[in-house]
Design a protein around this ligand. Structure first.
Ligand code: BES
Ligand code: MN
Ligand code: ZN
Length: 487
């Protein structure tokens, strides 16, 4: 989706003209019939309301779309505006016109708010049609551009920043949407290399030989049942002060999770193509940070493996030695995400000595039982870090809800034969998974674990996404960096 800024004289003669509308304040200059019609449809500019009318202008029929953004004083103003932008994109994406004119005149928006409308529109318009060969013309997306008129001063500069974030979100959505025959550890890396070339990010890729040398027995144990070799992708962004310790972002990148020998049931197993969602968020965030030139030091890590059953796969009961030296009894080969993450966490700490670590993972089904698809679950050993992530969640709409950690939960993963086992009892499954990860955090380093199992994929369209990949997490991490590491 192209966004271009126009003024009265350069505005195109678009056939779709959209206005955002403050509550009880119709835009000036509309035809009386349109105003009357909107009123008859009970359109009052409330957040979420939409109206469409057809009028004749200059001898041509044009559609006029009104999208309500509620009262200027509303607490969720920015989000209402973003959703209105998204709703317009959703409605007119396949309407047969290639451009829509968005008129923001006379609304009293800030540049920030205007950019939010554009971000909403761009994010909502993203689709993945690569594998559709039979889309009929009326279903094909036609809208490729939004011309923006009457934007407040400074909108363009704000938009350039948001456009970088949108690129990151889109990259994440794409990675998450690709099926596992296309996206596996090696091709995940190749896609990142292609997307990140020339951005200033420096990439490092670890292969199995190097992993063996480092002693990553937990990650390698998961990978050993697959014909696809694992990879550890490291993406380094140095936009901050030279000697400032970086933030580490660590993502679970299980490109397909069959469960391994502890095989999952067939129903819904196809969902496990997005078990690399955490890694997808990390890659998209790194791309966004680089594209907008973030003034911060951030290193992203993607632990990439495929979890398959095989003659060579690891078995329940196997004991593996992690890079940290700690041993793990693999009770269930389907609790593989933590086995991948633990070695990546150790590597990240030993190699980069980060000031803080945030990991993102589609780690447990129990998280979806607890929170459905409304919040990501947050676990942290640090009040301040947790508060900052929570704040970034509220600002972006990528919401998190904090869960407890503690000794009693930690005890639940003690093993008879090794230092720990990779699953607890039936209850508290998301918490015991987090406790497992915490055993790999060194020196009480500030750490947060985000279990995003319920957030990566949606069965119905949402605010800024269609059915499918949501892009959840990229804006959360971007806002966290912006608010806390820059300026
Ligand atoms: N990738 C799954 C978690 C998951 C399930 C994410 C459904 C999204 C939707 C993870 O690897 C897993 O299988 N976890 C097990 C852990 C259990 C064996 C301790 C689970 O949640 O059942
Ligand atoms: Mn699993
Ligand atoms: Zn998994």
């Amino acid at each position: 989706m192209q966004i271009r800024f126009v003024d009265d004289s350069s505005a195109p003669a678009a056939r779709i003209i959209a206005h955002l509308v403050n509550q009880d304040a119709m835009p000036a200059g509309l035809e009386p019939v349109l105003v009357e019609a909107a009123k008859m449809s009970r359109f009052a500019g409330k957040a979420g309301q939409m109206f469409e009318g057809f009028v004749e202008r200059g001898g041509k029929v044009v559609r006029v779309a009104l999208a309500g953004i509620g009262a200027p004083s509303a607490e969720d103003r920015r989000s209402a505006i973003e959703k209105a932008g998204a709703a317009l994109a959703a409605k007119y994406q396949s309407a047969g016109e290639d451009e829509l004119l968005l008129d923001l005149s006379g609304l009293g928006l800030s540049a920030d708010e205007a950019a939010a409308a554009l971000l909403g529109a761009r994010l909502r318009a993203w689709r993945h049609d690569v594998y559709r060969t039979k889309l009929t013309d009326d279903k094909k997306p036609s809208l490729t551009s939004i011309a923006v008129k009457g934007a407040p001063g400074g909108t363009q500069a704000k938009w350039e920043v948001e456009a970088a974030v949108a690129e990151g979100v889109e990259f994440t959505k794409q990675l998450i949407t690709e099926p596992a025959n296309q996206l596996y550890p090696e091709s995940f890396v190749a896609r990142c290399e292609a997307a990140m070339e020339g951005t200033g990010l420096s990439l490092r890729v670890l292969h199995p030989d190097e992993m063996r040398r480092l002693g990553m027995g937990a990650l390698l144990g998961v990978a050993q049942g697959s014909a696809r070799e694992p990879r550890l992708l490291v993406m380094e962004w140095q936009g901050g002060k030279k000697d400032e310790r970086p933030l580490a972002l660590v993502g679970k990148g299980v490109t397909f999770d069959t469960g391994g020998i502890s095989l999952k049931p067939p129903a819904g197993m196809e969902d496990m193509k997005w078990d690399m969602g955490g890694a997808g968020v990390v890659a998209g965030t790194m791309l966004a940070l680089a594209k907008r030139g973030a003034k911060a030091n951030v290193v992203g890590f993607c632990g990439l493996v495929e979890n398959m059953p095989d003659g060579n796969a690891q078995r329940p009961g196997d004991v593996v030695t992690s890079m940290s030296g700690q041993t793990i009894e693999v009770i269930n080969t389907d609790a593989e995400g933590r086995l991948v993450l633990c070695d990546v966490l150790t590597y990240a700490q030993r190699e980069f000595n980060p000031a803080a670590i945030i990991d993102l993972a589609t780690l447990t089904g129990a998280m979806i039982v607890a929170l459905a698809h409304e919040y990501g679950g947050m676990f942290s050993n640090d009040e301040e870090l947790a508060a900052k992530i929570d704040k970034a969640g509220k600002a972006t709409g990528d919401m998190v809800w904090r869960f407890p950690l503690g000794k009693a939960y930690d005890k639940m993963i003690d093993s008879q034969i090794a230092d720990m086992k990779n699953m607890g009892a039936r209850f508290g499954g998301s918490i015991t998974a987090a406790q497992f990860l915490q055993r790999f955090i060194e020196d009480k380093r500030p750490w947060a674990h985000l279990d995003i199992a319920g957030m990566v994929w949606a069965d119905k369209p949402g605010a800024t996404w269609d059915k499918g990949a949501t892009g959840y997490g990229v804006r959360l991490m971007d806002a966290f960096v912006r608010e806390n590491l820059e300026g």
